[in-house]
Design a protein around this ligand. Structure first.
Ligand code: HAM
Length: 419
C-alpha cells in the first residue's frame, strides 16, 4: 500500500472546493477579470529573478526537478505571479492593457507541514497588469474585501495594509534600519543578522517573538516616503475609507517576496492558528523590467490560499458547497432487462437528468443499498413486467412511495422532481 506524499492532500470530496471556485469566479468576473492558465512547470531562474534569491520561498522551499538532458533548471511553481507576468510578456502583442486575469491551481513549497501549511496547496490568483493609479489599488482591495464579507459572509478577519514606497524611498529607510539593527546586534537572531547584510527588509519576516518585539521599535517605512509616495499612501487610505473597507496599518508588513513596492496587504483570519494569513498581495510595478521587459508594466495582484479560506468556511460549508443535480438510479432486476435499463439511462441523460445505472448481477436488495449509499433521490426499477408494459416503477427514496410511470412520461416526471 502507498500513502500520499508528506504535505500533500487528497481532496476526496471537492464540493466545497468547487463551490468556492465558482463563487470566486463569478465575483471577479464582475470586475472584468478573465481566466488565464499558466503551466505548473517554470524555470527556476524566473523565480530567482522575481521573488528573490534571499527569500525563504526561493532560498529554502523550491521543488527543483532533476532533469535528464536540458541544462535549464525547472521547478514546480511556488506561486502564480511570476508565471502570469512571464506569460503576459511573452504574449503581450495579442493582449489588451489593462490585462486582468484570474487563475487557480496547485502551488508547491517545501515547508514543514502543519495545520494550514502544506507542500502542495492551492491559490486563487488575481492579477491586474498595466494599471498605475493608486485608485486601482483601492478598488482591488475593496473587491477582495467584498469577496470575504459579502460573498463568503466572513466576519472574523482583519485586513492589514502597509505602503513600501518606491525603491528610491527605501534607500534611506534601509540605512536607518541597518543602523537600528547594528545598535541591537546582540538582541537579534542569527538569521536576522544574516538578512541584515543580504536582504534587510526580510528581517521583518522573522518568526522569532523576541525579534518581532524588538522590531516594534524599529524605524517605519512610511516615515521615509517621498512627497509623491506620501500623497498616494494618503489617497489610498481615504479611498478605502470611502469604499467602506476597514483596515489597520501594520508598519512591519513587508510580505515575503521581493517584487513588491508601494501597496502591500494581508487578510488575517482569527480562527486559523499560526498560519492565519488567508490572502496576501500588493503592487509589483518593477517586475516586468526585472524579467527583461523594456517597458514598465505597473501591476497589482493577490492570491487567496484556498485551503485556509475553506478552513474559515468549515462551520457553514453546506452553504458554499457546489450543489449537484439530484441523482436517479436505474436498476435492472435481471440481466434480461439490462438493455432496456441502458437505453433508458442514455435517453434520460440526453434530457439533462443525472442518472446512474446499476446493472451488475446482484440482488435487488443489494442494488437498493448501493443506490442509498450513492444518495439517489429516486430509484427507477426495470423488471420483466415493466419491460413488457413499457413503464418503470419509481421509488422515492425519502418518502418510500412507489408509482408506475410510463416510459414516454418519464422525462416530464423526472424534470418536475428536479425542480
Ligand atoms: P503568498 O503570501 O506567498 O503570496 O501566498 C498567498 C497565500 O497562499 C498565503 O496568504 C496563504 O494563505 C497561502 N499559502 C502560502 N503558503 C502556503 C502553504 N505552504 N500551505 C497553504 N497555504 C499557503 C503569493 O504567493 C503572491 N504570489 C500573491 C500575489 C499575487 N501578489 C501579487 N499577486
Amino acid at each position: 500500500m502507498f500513502s500520499g506524499v508528506k504535505g500533500t492532500q487528497d481532496i476526496i470530496d471537492s464540493r466545497l472546493f468547487d463551490g468556492v471556485i465558482a463563487r470566486l469566479v463569478s465575483h471577479v468576473t464582475l470586475y472584468n477579470f478573465s481566466h488565464m492558465q499558466t503551466p505548473i512547470l517554470e524555470s527556476v531562474s524566473l523565480f530567482k529573478r522575481s521573488i528573490g534569491e534571499h527569500t525563504d520561498v526561493v532560498g529554502k522551499e523550491m521543488f527543483i526537478l532533476e532533469q535528464k538532458s536540458s541544462k535549464e533548471q525547472l521547478c514546480l511553481r511556488p506561486e502564480g505571479t511570476a508565471g502570469a507576468m512571464r506569460a503576459f510578456l511573452e504574449h503581450q502583442h495579442a493582449l489588451p492593457l489593462p490585462c486582468k486575469t484570474y487563475s487557480y491551481g496547485p502551488m508547491f513549497r517545501y515547508e514543514r507541514p502543519q495545520k494550514g501549511r502544506y507542500r502542495q496547496f492551492h491559490h486563487f490568483n488575481i492579477e491586474a497588469l498595466g494599471i498605475k493609479n493608486v485608485a486601482y489599488d483601492a478598488l482591488f482591495i475593496s473587491m477582495l474585501y467584498k469577496t470575504f464579507t459579502d460573498v463568503f459572509l466572513l466576519e472574523n478577519f482583519v485586513l492589514e495594509i502597509n505602503f513600501l514606497g518606491t525603491a528610491q524611498d527605501r534607500v534611506a529607510f534601509k540605512t536607518a534600519l541597518y543602523d537600528f539593527l547594528t545598535a541591537h546586534q546582540t538582541a537579534i537572531c542569527q538569521t536576522c543578522q544574516e538578512r541584515k547584510e543580504t536582504n534587510i527588509l526580510r528581517v521583518f519576516d522573522c518568526k522569532i517573538e523576541s525579534c518581532q518585539q524588538l522590531y516594534t521599535k524599529a524605524p517605519q517605512l512610511v516615515s521615509y516616503l517621498c512627497q509623491e509616495s506620501q500623497a498616494e499612501w494618503d489617497l489610498l487610505r481615504t479611498q478605502l475609507a470611502q469604499l467602506s473597507v476597514s483596515f489597520v496599518h501594520n508598519p512591519r508588513l513587508v510580505r515575503g517576496l521581493d517584487y513588491y513596492n508601494k501597496t502591500v496587504f494581508e487578510f488575517i483570519g482569527f480562527d486559523l492558528g499560526a498560519q492565519s494569513t488567508f490572502c496576501g498581495g500588493g503592487r509589483y510595478d518593477g517586475l516586468a523590467e526585472q524579467l527583461g521587459s523594456k517597458a514598465a508594466v505597473p501591476a497589482l495582484g493577490a492570491a487567496i490560499g484556498l485551503e485556509r479560506l475553506m478552513m474559515l468556511l468549515e462551520a457553514k460549508k453546506e452553504q458554499f458547497e457546489k450543489v449537484s443535480l439530484p441523482l436517479a438510479c436505474i436498476i435492472s432486476c435481471a440481466q434480461e432487462q439490462n438493455n432496456t435499463a441502458l437505453l433508458l439511462a442514455d435517453f434520460l441523460q440526453s434530457h439533462g437528468i443525472c442518472i446512474d445505472a446499476l446493472v451488475d448481477d446482484e440482488s435487488l436488495k443489494a442494488k437498493f443499498k448501493k443506490a442509498e449509499r450513492l444518495k439517489a433521490t429516486l430509484v427507477l426499477v426495470v423488471g420483466a413486467d415493466e419491460q413488457q408494459g413499457n413503464y418503470v416503477t419509481v421509488k422515492n427514496m425519502s418518502s418510500g412511495t412507489q408509482e408506475k410511470i410510463s416510459q414516454h412520461e418519464l422525462v416530464t416526471f423526472l424534470q418536475k422532481h428536479k425542480s
